[in-house]
Design a protein around this ligand. Structure first.
Ligand code: HEM
Length: 234
């Protein structure tokens, strides 16, 4: 486990792309404790260019009851050269929740979208986001989103109900564009098509938080999260 001291620590993030590897990658997520928000995240780095990564971090409640929906906290750290970064929770662009985030001055905007084809995704009401009071910022090199999502890990896809197992690894899709959204303060801003799309395998089990609800409270979110284990554990 290692600690991360905000996005300043990520100024040296740019790394070369790894050597060629087999198509079916093992999950390479690592556990990261974010000192600013207190959440333990599972982290996966995704290549935005040959020399820059987007960092996707996901925190889950520990001990989610089997089959139950659950909230997550998503943290995205992107170089300022990234105009928008998208995560496709079902591992492809079509018929699964898409989370798009972008810088908005010193703050960040997050947007829930859904695509029915390989064309501009529409707003999606099945996933809702609340920005945490900490962890949303930008500096001279990076911007960072930190938001709770209700509805990112369960949805109805092309083949019926889907639920991401919080104890397992899952292939996710991602995409990004250098060009910026036209109206960065709006979650429904139009976005330019991606320059890059690819896939990551994310280990959800590496981001479990026994004190998920308490951490949300510390970060300005007081409602009880969906799938909060403390509702069920005695
Ligand atoms: C302006 C909005 C967008 C347009 C016009 C668009 C268009 C397209 C097109 C035409 C392809 C097929 C490319 C090919 O076959 O070579 C594609 C693939 C893909 N897009 Fe998008 N896209 C948009 C937004 C997004 C967003 C927000 C995401 C979120 C992660 C995303 C994720 C992907 C992924 C993962 C693929 C790979 C194919 C797949 O897995 O379905 N796209 N997109």
């Amino acid at each position: 486990m290692r600690s991360v001291f905000g996005i300043v620590a990520l100024a040296g993030l740019a790394v070369g792309r790894p050597a060629p590897e087999p198509l079916l990658l093992e999950a390479r997520a690592v556990t990261v404790v974010d000192q600013e928000t207190g959440f333990t995240f599972s982290e996966t780095k995704a290549a935005a260019t040959l020399s820059a990564n987007i960092v996707f971090r996901i925190a889950t409640p520990a001990n989610v009851p089997a089959g139950q929906p659950y909230d997550i906290v998503l943290q995205v750290v992107a170089p300022n050269s990234v105009g928008w970064a998208g995560l496709a929770w079902g591992g492809s662009m079509v018929r699964n929740p898409l989370t798009v985030s972008y810088a908005n001055g010193q703050r960040t905007t997050v947007s829930a979208r859904w695509a029915t084809g390989h064309s501009t995704p529409q707003a999606y009401s099945g996933a809702t986001f609340t920005l945490l009071s900490k962890g949303n910022k930008s500096n001279g090199t990076h911007w960072q989103l930190t938001a709770k999502c209700t509805g990112c890990t369960t949805w109805t896809g092309s083949s019926g109900a889907v639920r991401i197992d919080p104890r397992d690894s899952k292939r996710l899709g991602y995409a990004c564009a250098a060009a910026k959204p036209s109206n960065p303060s709006s979650p429904t801003s139009s976005i330019p098509v991606h320059d890059v799309y690819n896939y990551i395998t994310h280990d959800f089990s590496a981001g479990a938080n026994a004190n998920f609800a308490a951490l949300l409270t510390q970060n300005g979110i007081s409602e009880v999260p969906t799938g909060n284990a403390t509702l069920f554990d005695n």
